[in-house]
Design a protein around this ligand. Structure first.
Ligand SMILES: *[C@@H]1O[C@H](CO)[C@@H](O)[C@H](O)[C@H]1NC(C)=O
Ligand SMILES: *[C@@H]1O[C@H](CO)[C@@H](O)[C@H](O)[C@H]1NC(C)=O
Ligand SMILES: *[C@@H]1O[C@H](CO)[C@@H](O)[C@H](O)[C@H]1NC(C)=O
Ligand SMILES: *[C@@H]1O[C@H](CO)[C@@H](O)[C@H](O)[C@H]1NC(C)=O
Ligand SMILES: *[C@@H]1O[C@H](CO)[C@@H](O)[C@H](O)[C@H]1NC(C)=O
Length: 455
């Protein structure tokens, strides 16, 4: 009970009718608006590995003396199974946050999530100096707080544990800048997700300054206010370990080809929904996954020896001949483009292809076209939209018919191939017949002459 109350106080659960629900099979416990009367129900959360607290106001707990725990309490905290804690719809005084974090330094919590929370006031964090937290993942979604700029000093007190953090997400939270010094604290961070914020081209360069996020492998800048492809490239050049970059859903301008070099380590690149009407250059040279779906591409002039996944759905491409330049492609998505025929005779490419999706294109169901697609359907998986999403647009008499239903037997398709040999044989027979006739006439004529002479 001691632990339960402490947890409760630490987590600041407040008035309102509510209680905790524990799902044993999922080891998941959800508490909503706990009050003093329903406080006891937190006991059932103790065996849980994920605990969520939703609703309330923590302000009144800001003065709690959490930092001075009894050794016996610390031992108890260490035995808890809790791995992940979620706080939602809460007003959190920042001073209390510092204390709560301190409290967790005695547990084995690895992931801490704050959703739709407001952090009020400022904490100087100095109490946290030298404190070790087991937390590896920290997520903030739809939170508000005082701006970070000017508080670098305060955060440096947190460096001993921020140094070991591996994943950080601050999403949908109106972030406009991340000061250079903050990035330098995150020495081992592998994943940074700052999707759905207000970062602009000019805020990236200071954020990814020399020495910031030296181990970063995954970066999501999805749906921010970025506009220049070139400037994003310039700003991320120092991330030498970067493998996965998502800049989807920014309204980008490709601009002229630039001399900027992307990190050589980049393998996965997401440019989906960026309003591109041409392929931006340069692209990272060693890509394995490239997502350029939901753009306005008309043509594609790319060449990648290593590309395995190419996603191009929802563009305006008119042919798929570029696959010739991507010899190890395994996944190709071409749905909803303007491609009339699929290059089914690219045997070298098709050898590796496992997943091809190309529904919603205006297919030309001439014999070779329809047969090409039917052949492909027999060789690779054409996605869940096969056959109903593959419809003929030409020639007129097949318009609206499923590609699958177009007859493509040799006789129907390539009548010339069947009829020509027959004609040749017939012609030869005719010639042979004529020659025979001529010969026999000649012989008859000779016989007659001989008979006449003899007479
Ligand atoms: C626990 O979670 C499982 C899986 O989501 C679900 O099937 C089950 O109904 C839940 N149990 C309770 C008591 O809610
Ligand atoms: C974001 O958080 C605020 C409270 O801070 C809440 O009112 C709002 O509904 C949340 N928005 C979403 C989309 O969750
Ligand atoms: C970012 O873009 C959104 C809409 O595109 C706009 O409302 C907002 O003001 C922009 N923010 C900044 C900081 O430019
Ligand atoms: C790219 O980002 C979009 C969201 O903008 C997402 O739906 C898609 O799955 C991402 N692609 C890859 C390959 O991760
Ligand atoms: C369809 O393909 C055939 C044979 O390749 C070609 O002659 C014809 O012009 C094409 N039709 C359209 C509308 O592209």
């Amino acid at each position: 009970m001691n632990v339960a109350i402490l947890l409760l106080l630490g987590l600041g659960l407040v008035e309102g009718e509510g209680r905790c629900f524990f799902n044993r099979t999922e080891e998941h416990c959800v508490c909503r608006s706990l009050s003093e009367e329903t406080l006891g129900s937190i006991i059932q959360c103790l065996p849980a590995s994920v605990v969520e607290f939703w609703g309330g106001d923590l302000e009144k707990y800001a003065a709690l003396p959490i930092s001075n725990l009894q050794p016996s309490t610390m031992d108890l905290l260490e035995t808890l199974h809790i791995r992940k804690l979620v706080f939602g719809d809460l007003l959190v005084p920042e001073v209390l946050l510092a204390k709560v974090l301190m409290f967790f330094s005695y547990t084995r919590v690895q992931e801490l999530v704050f959703e739709s929370c407001s952090f009020a006031g400022r904490s100087n964090w100095t109490e946290m100096a030298g404190c070790n937290l087991p937390i590896l993942t920290l997520r903030f979604h739809n939170v508000t707080s005082a701006p970070l700029t000017g508080r670098e000093q305060g955060f440096s007190s947190l460096s001993s544990w921020l140094e070991t953090l591996q994943e950080l997400a601050v999403t949908s939270s109106h972030v406009t800048t991340l000061p250079c010094a903050i990035g330098r604290v995150f020495g081992t961070l592998r994943s940074l997700d700052v999707a759905q914020n207000s970062l602009r081209d000019d805020s990236l360069m200071p954020t990814f300054c020399e020495g910031a996020f030296p181990q970063l492998q995954l970066l999501s800048l999805q749906r921010n206010n970025l506009t220049s492809y070139h400037s994003v490239c310039e700003s991320l050049q120092l991330l030498h370990e970067l493998q996965h970059l998502d800049i989807s859903q920014n309204k980008l301008i490709a601009g002229l080809a630039s001399s900027c070099q992307w990190p050589m380590s980049l393998r996965i690149f997401n440019l989906s929904g960026t309003g591109l009407d041409g392929v931006p250059t340069p692209l990272p040279p060693n890509l394995e996954v490239l997502d350029m779906s939901y753009n306005h591409l008309h043509t594609l002039d790319i060449s990648f020896g290593s590309l395995k996944t190419l996603l191009l759905s929802q563009n305006m491409l008119q042919d798929a001949s570029f696959i010739r330049n991507c010899p190890v492609l395994e996944v190709l998505h071409l749905d909803d483009n303007l491609i009339p025929e699929l290059p089914w005779d690219e045997v070298r490419v098709l050898e590796h292809l496992k997943d091809l999706a190309a529904a919603g294109n205006p297919y030309n169901c001439s014999c070779s076209g329809a047969r090409g697609i039917q052949t492909l359907a027999a060789m690779v998986h054409l996605g869940p939209a096969w056959p109903h999403g593959y419809v003929c647009h030409a020639p007129p008499h097949y318009q609206g018919i499923l590609v699958k239903d177009v007859p493509v037997s040799v006789l129907q398709c390539n009548s010339a191939a069947v009829i020509t040999p027959i004609c040749i044989i017939l012609a030869l027979l005719c010639v042979a017949g004529a020659v025979y006739l001529a010969k026999s006439r000649y012989r008859l004529f000779q016989d007659c002459r001989r008979a006449v002479k003899g007479a």
